[in-house]
Design a protein around this ligand. Structure first.
Ligand code: AGP
Length: 616
């Protein structure tokens, strides 16, 4: 996510802004910028691509920028490549409104068209520039006051925002507005502070105001006035921050992994809404035409690790909904195989490369091999401007935000929903999905964030079970179909952060050898979310139980018979079976997390692992 800071007081603002942005670097970014104003002098905007050190160098650590009122920003690119032009702050062409933004303007296209019709032009690829110019438009159209202009704009904007704004006609003031993206305000010694997150202002004050959704504020020097969307003044009580600096970076969570597990509802919602508006999926942004979709006869999904597990789940969904054969390949294998591609591969095949980092060496090599063979490629990537994003023919950006923990969680969930939208839209275009089913599937996707939230509410049961089982030596995950894909991810999560050996098995495959490993007390986790396969998996549970296994059942509410067989059962809300991985993976992420915590391990940075494997 982007980071925003602001200062309005009696000291030089730029050094304070840079210090605040430094405290927000952990949020991940690719460019930075600030805007400072000295009294009624014109505002100065300075931006830089790359690390914060570049901006610090440009401004001599802020000392060469004069003024006691300013805003700052670190950008995590979502719309538009990382570049100085796309870096924030953005401003209206006459400098009337200048601002920075953390969030996603979902309806930026329609707002841009409105502004173009009203004579506006655009210098960047960002949704933020559109928001700033929309505020400028309303400022000039109506009362020429900041609160009124902001309110008019916020009524039109759909999406999330933490906005900081400066107006030419209002020197010495900063205006802010918030919806869904984090923002806090603070006051100390007659000066005011603004930030995305506590760490950026903890050095100056522990008295903060958590501005609410769709609320605004005028930030003066040591005094803040809050408003609602109607422009009426409202009161907000100050709070005292108890966290220490380290805890503050993790939003109060003990580890980034747990913070990111809890960010999954938003990651899923933001990714879904990047292509779905008002019940319609629009993939035009990734540039694959309906004609191409109709011609498809083979899809290859190529990835590593958890991204590969997304592919295994997506295989079932794409084959069911879009009627296209799918092969899921490990990138490290695909890159060296002599696969016999069809002679019309450039027309009837598509290679989907899934990668959070967009830099995984094996996945990048697989992408290049696909191009050598003339196959079109689609990258499903979480990092804008990454190598895979730049080299793929088409790109679908997941909007999970920066993922800090080595063990992926929110990016995995965002990738799943990206693939669901592709499967649904491909099926619709190929005439395999009725309007009624299309509507139903999209409603199911819209309901996923709330279902994930519900599972997270039940976290303590998983924590209790993990503490009881954390001395296990061998753990088996079993399932059929999508439940097998879920098992793969659950097993990897457990292995990579708790160092406990585990294996995921297609439940029907156990009897072909591995069942010989089941002994008294062996923990077997059985995943049962697929109605038409539950009976089969249940019989596999009987098989392992008769050999002494200690059984955990993971199933959907309503399948209460599982309790007759399992020693411990955890339930998740039912969803369309195609999308069950999005909900059922959550207890397994939590299980792995609490195994690792019980074993006193470094959850965020497990041994021998890197967040992005950029070497073979
Ligand atoms: C998942 O928890 C692991 N960190 C790892 O398997 C990861 O999914 C894999 O290395 C692929 O990374 P990518 O998505 O950045 O390509």
């Amino acid at each position: 996510m982007c980071g925003i800071v602001g200062f309005n007081g009696h000291q030089q603002a730029a050094p304070i802004l840079l210090q605040g942005l430094t405290k927000l670097e952990y949020r991940g970014y690719d460019s930075a910028g600030l805007c400072v104003r000295d009294g009624s002098e014109p505002a100065v905007i300075i931006k830089a691509k790359g690390r914060l050190s570049v901006l610090k160098e440009k401004t001599n650590d802020g000392l060469s920028v004069h003024g006691d009122c300013g805003i700052g920003h670190t950008r995590w690119a979502t719309h538009g490549e990382p570049s100085e032009t796309n870096a924030h702050p953005h401003c209206s062409d006459d400098g009337n409104v200048i601002g920075v933004h953390n969030g996603i303007i979902e309806n930026y296209q329609e707002l841009k068209e409105k502004l173009l019709r009203n004579g506006y032009t655009f210098y960047s690829e960002t949704d933020t520039e559109i928001a700033i110019k929309l505020i400028d438009y309303y400022y000039k159209k109506y009362l020429h006051t900041p609160v009124d202009a902001i309110n008019h704009a916020l009524v039109r904007i759909r999406g999330s925002y933490a906005l900081e704004l400066m107006f030419k006609d209002y020197p010495g003031e900063i205006y802010v507005a918030r919806k869904d993206s984090p923002m806090i305000l603070g006051i100390a010694n007659g000066e005011s502070y603004i930030a995305s997150d506590v760490p950026a202002i903890l050095k100056y004050t522990r008295t903060v105001y958590y501005i609410g959704n769709q609320q605004l504020a005028r930030v003066g020097k040591g005094e803040i006035t809050f408003y609602n969307l109607d422009g009426d003044e409202i009161e907000i009580e100050p709070k005292t921050v108890e966290w220490d600096a380290a805890a503050a970076e993790k939003g109060g969570y003990e580890h980034f992994m747990m913070k990111e597990i809890h960010e999954q509802p938003k990651a899923v919602q933001d990714t879904l809404h990047s292509v779905e508006h008002d019940g319609v999926i629009d993939l035009s942004g990734i540039g694959i035409t309906d004609e191409q979709i109709q011609k498809l006869r083979q899809i290859y999904i190529v990835a590593c690790g958890s991204a590969y597990h997304v592919g295994v789940a997506a295989q079932y969904v794409l084959e069911d909904l879009a009627g296209i054969p799918v092969r899921v390949e490990l990138a490290s294998e695909f890159r060296y195989r002599h696969l016999p591609f069809s002679e019309n591969a450039s027309e009837d095949s598509l290679v989907i490369i899934i990668s959070q980092s967009g830099e995984t060496a094996d996945s990048l090599a697989a992408l290049r091999k696909a191009h050598e063979k003339g196959l079109p490629t689609l990258g499903v990537v979480n990092v804008v401007g990454s190598s895979i994003a730049r080299e793929a023919d088409h790109v679908f950006y997941t909007l999970a935000g920066p993922e800090i923990a080595v063990a992926t969680t929110k990016a995995y969930s965002a990738q799943l929903v990206a693939l669901y939208t592709i499967a649904i839209q491909f099926g619709k275009v190929r005439g395999l999905i009725s309007d009624e089913d299309y509507t139903k599937y999209i409603a199911d996707l819209e309901a996923l964030p709330a279902k994930i939230e519900k599972v997270l509410e039940d976290e303590s049961r998983i924590q209790w079970f993990a503490a009881k089982q954390s001395n296990a030596h061998d753990v088996f995950f079993i399932g059929r179909g999508i439940d097998y894909a879920i098992s793969l991810e659950g097993s990897l999560k457990l292995k990579e952060i708790s160092y406990v050996h585990s294996e995921a098995y297609a439940a029907g495959e156990l009897k072909h050898g591995t069942i010989s490993l089941i002994e008294d007390g062996t923990l077997v986790i059985s995943v049962l979310t697929q109605p038409r396969l539950i009976e089969k998996t249940t019989s596999n549970m009987v098989e392992v139980r008769s050999r002494g296994a200690y059984l955990m059942g993971l199933t959907t509410y309503g399948n209460y018979d599982v309790e007759d067989l399992a020693d411990f059962t955890t339930y998740v809300p039912a969803t369309d079976p195609h999308f069950a991985a999005s909900v059922a993976v959550i207890p397994l992420q939590l299980l792995a997390y609490y195994f690792a915590v019980s074993r006193g391990l470094d959850v965020d940075k497990p041994r021998n692992l890197a967040k992005s494997v950029t070497v073979e």
